[in-house]
Design a binder for this molecule. Structure first.
Ligand code: PXL
Length: 286
């Protein structure tokens, strides 16, 4: 007789951007491929993401999001995780923090990608009030997945002050853990030229480990969302944090290498769809 494991259920609070591969257009297919049921809770609906396309439409969905949260609480949906990303307004962050608190009482893991900016700059729609809201939301998380720009914002230090030495990165990951209360996966970390990856503080072991892969030579939009989505799927499959980060780094590297070889425009994101099958095959059955 085959013993079936229950399909894990995660809420995914991110924007829906039609073209450009980011947020929900990455989160949904990746989690589905990894055997996780994804309940999308869109924060905003855009024609494209805001990085590299002019004139995108932006429909704020705060009221609809609030209604969806109320509905799911009334249904008492048994979320195994709540995974948040790009937010459209400061109010959404406060609503999401409430929702995370509720889901955690039922045992859900809270995973916050504190999406605010990249390469030392804020994304176009982010305000200082929203950055404060993101820090408050991150305080509710079991796991945060900041890039170095977001780490600087969360720690309230200038981006230029974040050192890339191993000792400094170790310290940054630990500082972001709020005295060991939350796990941290700091992305965009390069220990040696030509390499990229993450520094992971695992609250279960209190250890910092590094994952590194070769850097394909070009930065593409949406790699942070792809990394965080694979990491979330792997955690829900039961992987320890360092292994989940390793799998995420490898998948992003493979997709970026393919996209670079095809010479596709960076603003269109990474061409991950043809490689999704690699994630499907990795589900461990009991
Ligand atoms: O990938 C981060 C992201 C998500 N969603 C939207 C964005 C961005 C980055 O620019 O604009 C709408």
């Amino acid at each position: 007789m085959t013993i079936l494991t229950r399909t894990p259920l995660t809420a995914a609070i991110h924007d829906l951007s039609g073209f450009g591969r980011c947020s929900l257009t990455i989160v949904l297919p990746v989690l589905s491929a990894m055997g996780v049921q994804c309940c999308p809770m869109p924060t905003a609906c855009l024609s494209t993401h805001t990085g590299g396309f002019d004139g995108n439409t932006f429909l704020d969905l705060t009221d609809a999001l609030s209604g969806a949260m109320d509905h799911y609480r009334r249904l008492n949906l048994p979320f195994d995780a709540v995974y948040t990303g790009f937010m459209g307004s400061a109010r959404q962050m406060a609503l999401s923090a409430d929702f995370l608190r509720w889901a955690r009482t039922g045992g859900a893991l809270s995973i916050v990608d504190p999406v605010m900016g990249d390469n030392g700059r804020l994304y176009r729609t982010y305000t200082p009030e929203m950055c404060a809201g993101m820090a408050a939301l991150s305080a509710e998380a079991d796991v945060i997945i900041p890039n170095r720009t977001e780490a600087a914002l969360l720690l309230n230090v200038p981006y230029d002050h974040l050192d890339q030495s191993e000792a400094a990165l170790r310290q940054t990951a630990e500082a972001l853990s709020l005295d060991g209360r939350r796990s941290v996966v700091l992305t965009g970390v390069s220990l040696t030229p030509g390499q990229t990856g993450a520094a992971c503080f695992d609250r279960d072991t209190a250890a910092v480990t590094f994952v590194q892969t070769d850097f394909v030579g070009r930065a593409f939009h949406g790699t942070g969302d792809l990394f965080a989505s694979v990491l979330t799927g792997a955690l829900l499959q039961g992987d320890p944090l360092p292994r989940a980060a390793q799998r995420a780094a490898k998948f992003v590297r493979d997709c970026a290498a393919r996209t670079a070889a095809e010479d596709l425009p960076p603003r269109e994101g990474v061409d991950f769809e043809p490689l999704l099958g690699r994630l499907t095959g990795e589900r461990r059955e009991p």
